[in-house]
Design a binder for this molecule. Structure first.
Ligand SMILES: C[S@@+](CC[C@H](N)C(=O)[O-])C[C@H]1O[C@@H](n2cnc3c(N)ncnc32)[C@H](O)[C@@H]1O
Length: 220
């Protein structure tokens, strides 16, 4: 399992950014995540991974470094963040960056897997399920949609998450419990596994791993 210290070293090696603000953002991003746990969510995946809402690609760069057999296509609707990632990330032939609004356009081609890290709570209420429905069509049978987000319990963590996101990102902010996403993904025909990290961080991290049946019989 990759330690947080190792992840930081990989980020320094593959994301040599000199702009102080982005360096600070990258360092802060890794410090609010239980990094070994997030990276372990990818361990059973094979093939291609579509990552939406990658931001500067901080986490996604570390993912590409720790999982060299996976091929990542990462996108965000923030053109400036994608420009920074494109011009900075190096030494990782298994990741590419592009600009895309997850709510407007999805790729025509299919992917073995989809990974969403802290995208869904940045969408307006009501957009989460339609997006998951459209993304489910993009996942190949036998692949998985992995989503990591923030829960509404315990309440104090939810308030802290909200305060953090108000300062760092602003609205819209839509936190939904793991059980809501579990129900949405089950309706699509996924076999869903819930993962919650053991962490002292004041963030209510959770992830769902939604596997699409190999025969595609129960796909939405
Ligand atoms: C908290 S950051 C997550 C970045 C990265 N995935 C990670 O976990 O480190 C959320 C990102 O979602 C992006 N985002 C929000 N709405 C989006 C949309 N409709 N389409 C694409 N990206 C979006 C924001 O620009 C921001 O970079």
């Amino acid at each position: 399992m990759t330690t947080t210290r190792e992840a930081r070293a990989l980020l320094r090696a593959h994301y040599p950014i000199s702009a102080p603000k982005i360096r600070a953002y990258n360092a802060a991003r890794l410090s609010v995540l239980p990094v070994p746990w997030v990276l372990s969510l990818l361990d059973d995946l094979e093939g291609t991974v579509l990552c939406l809402g990658c931001g500067y690609g901080t986490l996604e760069t570390v993912m590409a470094a720790t999982h060299p057999k996976l091929e990542f296509a990462a996108s965000d609707f923030n053109e400036r963040r994608i420009a920074v990632a494109r011009s900075t990330v190096r030494g990782l032939p298994n990741i590419s960056f592009s600009t895309a609004d997850a709510t407007q356009e999805l790729p025509d081609e299919s992917y073995d897997n989809v990974f969403l890290s802290d995208l869904l709570h940045h969408l307006p209420a009501g957009e989460q399920e339609p997006l998951l429905q459209r993304l489910w069509q993009v996942v190949r049978p036998g692949g998985a949609l992995v989503m990591k987000d923030l829960d509404v319990r315990p309440r104090w963590k939810c308030w802290w998450n909200h305060l953090h996101d108000r300062v760092v990102a602003g609205p819209p902010l839509t936190y939904l419990p793991a059980s809501s996403y579990h129900a949405m993904l089950t309706r699509l025909g996924a076999r869903v596994q819930v993962a919650v990290p053991r962490t002292r961080l004041p963030y209510a991290h959770y992830a769902l791993i939604a596997v699409k049946p190999a025969d595609g019989a129960a796909g939405g």
